[in-house]
Design a protein around this ligand. Structure first.
Ligand code: CO6
Length: 451
């Protein structure tokens, strides 16, 4: 019995991956978890272990080919089984993989609605590969409208990409209304395509609103698959899953700033890594999560799943996007361990050297757009988590301070605004605030075992 090897999901926003190298050839024996192939995505390069032990029967995706996540890329059979088609090629890395065009999708692809058209031409076009049909479905394109350059008019991936790039309209897309008043309230059009449709959820489709007026000077560019997935995830989290509620706290970081300045050099010498504000913030967040475990939970139907591990996702900005590596069991680390893990993950993220396991399993996320000068932010929750905290810029600001005798004065302090976005299904407003007040107190107190 053959075991399908599936292109893994390497991170929330990663939709496809390119096979860089096969380390085994058909006919080779492989152990479970032995590296089978290497892949590259926009964000991570990774070695992928074999999901089962046995004999590699078939390679379905050639080197340098890009396929969607969930595609079957190879098959592994039981020990002793022979690969179809006889002997194995000499060198694993040069194996020419099976289908010349696109890989098979392991996820079911629903037939296009037009497939009841039985004309020879339509039948042959609808025989396009699963990848092409999936792209057509995602863009709302009727394949009969696409000129196919393949055999018998078969629509190839290049054909559909060219069709999308040409700005040709999706089958179901409404024609833009005459563009004289594009800012007027749109009329509701139930036939309009929606972003990230989740079957079974009765969310009304986005109103049809022309993006540009006829004759307006525009450049139309199709969204990349990754951009569409990000868009879907954002819509799904904010509009279909978690009723977001927000709270913003002002936190005096003066003690942390002093501690950091005082111990920075010695810290770097003893831990071999730099000391930024983030490890202090992570420590304080961990205290908050320990005090309010609901903030470290997920929703599963009618159940609340309290995660027993604190796995902190930290958003890392990349020149080409963003990734959220995860510090697993962050509560078991001291300040040095947190700094080391963060700097290591951020460095490897930027070198595309993260493993899939390092970008999954987060239970709470921290994002620090403060590095860009952002005063405060209210981010969208990363599903299936229930909260995300944003760190604003830490800057000197004038604040009112009161001494023990009740005298007020204006002082200069290192102030940070921090926003928490949380899922109001399971976290009450008061709990969100109480969580934040633990974080605030920890940071303002400034006792981190360094002093
Ligand atoms: N305020 C002031 N100074 C800061 C701050 C803030 N918030 N954060 C970092 N820094 C300082 C930091 O202490 C370093 O100072 P020096 O040591 O004196 O050089 C310096 O800025 C550079 O910090 P670095 O980035 O190297 O390290 P850090 O540990 O602070 O942060 C990181 C690591 C991976 C979180 C960060 O590099 C990063 O990538 N941040 C961006 C994350 C991001 O893009 N998030 C998504 C933004 S969009 O959230 C979003 C809701 C929307 C708006």
């Amino acid at each position: 019995m053959a075991f399908d090897v599936i292109m893994p999901q390497m991170g929330e926003s990663i939709a496809e991956a390119t096979v860089l190298k096969w380390l085994k050839a058909p006919g080779d024996t492989i152990a479970k978890d032995e590296t089978l192939y290497e892949i590259s995505t926009d964000k991570v390069d990774a070695e992928i272990p074999a999901p089962a032990a046995g004999v590699l029967l078939e390679i379905l995706v050639d080197v340098n080919k890009t396929v969607p996540v969930g595609s079957i890329v190879a098959r592994i059979g039981a020990a002793g089984e022979k690969p179809a088609g006889g002997s194995a090629p000499a060198a694993a890395a040069s194996v020419a993989a099976a289908p010349a065009a696109e890989a098979k999708l392991a996820t079911p692809v629903h037939p296009m609605a037009d497939e009841d058209d039985n004309s020879e031409e339509a039948r042959l076009r609808s025989k396009s590969s699963p990848l092409v049909r999936e792209m057509a479905k995602q863009h709302g394109i009727d394949l009969r409208m696409v000129k196919g350059t393949g055999e018998h008019g078969r629509v190839s991936k290049a054909d559909i990409e060219a069709f999308i790039a040409s700005g040709a309209k999706a089958a179901a897309a409404p024609a833009p209304v005459s563009g004289s008043m594009p800012m007027m309230a749109p009329t509701h059009d139930p036939s309009a395509p929606t972003l990230g449709v989740v079957p079974g959820l009765a969310v009304p489709p986005a109103p049809a609103q022309p993006a540009f007026a006829p004759g307006e000077r525009v450049k139309v560019e199709p969204m990349s698959r990754m951009r569409k997935i990000i868009a879907d995830n954002m819509v799904n989290s904010k509009l279909r899953t978690s009723p977001h509620v927000y709270t913003i706290f002002e936190i005096d970081m003066s003690n942390v700033a002093r501690l950091r300045a005082k111990h920075r050099k010695a810290f770097e010498e003893s831990y071999g890594t730099k000391l930024s504000f983030m490890p202090f913030i992570m420590k304080a967040v961990i205290k908050g999560l320990q005090a309010f475990p609901i903030v470290n939970s997920s929703v599963d139907g009618d159940n609340i799943v309290y995660k027993q591990d604190i796995n902190l996702g930290i958003a890392v900005s990349l020149d080409w996007g963003l990734i959220v590596p995860v510090i697993k069991n962050a509560d078991s680390l001291n300040l040095g361990g947190l700094a080391r893990s963060l700097n290591d993950l951020a460095e490897r993220a930027r070198a595309k050297k993260l493993q899939p396991s390092e970008i999954s399993g987060g239970t709470f996320t921290i994002t620090n757009p403060g590095v860009f000068g952002d005063i405060f932010a209210l981010p969208i929750i990363s599903q299936p988590q229930v909260a995300i905290q944003a760190i604003g810029t830490i800057a000197k600001r004038p604040v009112v301070v009161t001494d023990d005798l009740g005298n007020d004065a204006i002082a200069i302090r290192q102030i940070m605004f921090s926003g928490l976005s949380f899922d109001h299904r399971v976290i009450d407003g008061a709990v969100g605030d109480q969580f934040m007040s633990v974080v605030k107190n920890e940071l303002e107190k400034g006792t981190f075992g360094l002093e």
